[in-house]
Design a protein around this ligand. Structure first.
Ligand code: AKG
Ligand code: FE2
Length: 225
């Protein structure tokens, strides 16, 4: 599922993150990838151990916690603390696949099921920088307003087009979902959002309750905790 979630961050939060990131110390993004990624990656990132990444990442996690749409789509079990990147002067990230298993602090590991980019620069601040996601329907180019998030299956090849003017700044992170299969998450998302729409429209409450029962029984069937 490829899902655009608008306005994860409000204007004051975006301004705060941008003020901090605009004076941050960035390092080579190749520090956090394996060989295949390093060959095609030309960007900057906040160092993984940087206190700024911790602080700003916590703001992003707080905002995600408040998003019903994010929860309905990702069904998060574990979320990697967000990282921050910056592409400028031709910076890009060629087609690659994200690592399937990622290290968490404390020696634990998580599986990457869902990949997310939260845009922190407005589209008119830079040229290029589209996130291009390839799936069985073709290639999808994504370039969103600051504060908006794109969520896509970690199993898809993707790239970031070269930034030829200005700077593209974003937060990015991965989620291990309670539900491993993308097609199951999609079915649950469709059911969940349809139930909510039916509830808002004042539909037959007994029928809505039966559908809600189906939702939870499918989630029980498909979730791993
Ligand atoms: O910058 C982005 O939107 C995506 C970054 C990415 O694909 C990665 O770091 O693996
Ligand atoms: Fe990636």
């Amino acid at each position: 599922m490829l899902l655009h979630i608008p306005a994860i961050l409000d204007a004051p939060r975006i301004a705060h993150l941008r003020a901090e990131l605009d004076r941050a110390e960035w390092t080579d993004g190749r520090e956090t990838v394996g060989d295949q990624g390093a060959r095609v990656k030309r960007n900057l990132q906040l160092p993984d151990a940087s206190p700024l990444r911790q602080r700003l990442g916590a703001i992003v996690l707080d905002a995600l916690a408040a998003s019903a749409l994010f929860h309905a789509a990702a069904l998060p079990r574990r979320t990697l603390h967000p990282r921050f990147n910056r592409y400028e002067g031709g910076g890009h990230y060629g087609f690659h696949v994200d690592g399937a298993v990622m290290a968490l602090p404390g020696g634990e590991q998580m599986r990457s099921d869902v990949s997310c980019t939260l845009f922190l620069a407005e589209p008119d601040e830079y040229d290029g920088g589209e996130l291009v996601i390839s799936d069985t329907y073709g290639e999808h180019e994504v370039k969103l307003p600051a504060g908006d998030l794109i969520l896509y299956p970690s199993s898809s090849l993707h790239r970031v087009a070269p930034v030829t003017r200005g700077a593209r700044i974003a937060a990015f992170f991965w989620v291990q979902s309670l539900v491993r299969e993308d097609r199951h998450r999609l079915a649950l998302f469709e059911l969940d959002t349809s139930i909510q729409a039916l509830t808002r429209s004042g539909a037959d409450t007994a029928a809505v309750l039966r559908l809600t029962n189906v939702y939870h029984n499918l989630l029980r069937e498909w979730s791993e905790t």
